[in-house]
Design a protein around this ligand. Structure first.
Ligand code: ZN
Length: 205
């Protein structure tokens, strides 16, 4: 069984990549994991989280600009955008003086699925398997096959099962049971999603 080291391998790797790219004159930015210089751009997933948001995000169903709901609030001036008609929501926050996207448009179902994945990530972090960022890298590498960084706030509904399966594999490989977590999630009202996930996992096996 694969045991992962306690410290965060992936964060070290990112640091290594930064050092390696120093002095090449290539502009690297935290919002573009490919540094904007990758000729494979478009062929690999690219994170949109933390990108500056110049206009409201668009609803994936109707394509209309989503509407700001309520006043921006909290330390990071959280902006919530909605499409009332299709039940989609996205959030942006002010970071380093700029309004940045922190979650892509999601409906109720997708928001629940992102929440479940976050709970799985918490379990892995709490058990010292990897750090949070390391887990993001791990999932991106295992599920998308590339070394880049995707956040759960941009997870699409199609990625829910692959992410869940990979996290279960990782936890099991490290001797951590997720039974208790599944139980809690069911109690919290996610039984339908967990049942469907289990059924899909069985069907695939
Ligand atoms: Zn819409």
């Amino acid at each position: 069984m694969t045991k992962f080291r306690r410290f965060d391998d992936y964060e070290d790797l990112e640091e290594y990549r930064k050092q390696k790219n120093k002095g090449t004159g290539r502009k690297r930015s935290s919002v573009d994991p490919n540094g904007g210089n990758d000729d494979r751009r478009g062929q690999r997933p690219m994170s949109v989280i933390n990108r500056e948001l110049e206009k409201p995000p668009r609803c994936p169903v109707c394509g209309k600009p989503m509407v700001l709901r309520g006043k921006p609030h909290g330390i990071e001036q959280t902006h919530t955008y909605v499409c009332e008609e299709h039940g989609y929501r996205a959030t942006a926050k002010v970071r380093e003086g700029k309004l940045r996207l922190t979650s892509t448009p999601a409906d109720d179902d997708l928001m629940k699925k992102r929440y479940i994945i976050h709970r799985y990530l918490d379990l892995a972090v709490d058990n010292g398997i990897l750090g949070r960022k390391g887990l993001y890298y791990h999932l991106t590498l295992k599920v998308h096959g590339v070394f880049t960084l995707m956040h759960i706030g941009e997870m699409s509904v199609e990625m829910f099962l692959p992410y869940l399966t990979e996290l279960r594999t990782l936890l099991t490989a490290n001797g951590v049971s997720y039974e208790e977590l599944d139980e809690k999630l069911r109690e919290e009202g996610f039984a339908d999603i967990m049942d469907a996930a289990d059924a899909a996992a069985v069907a695939k096996a």
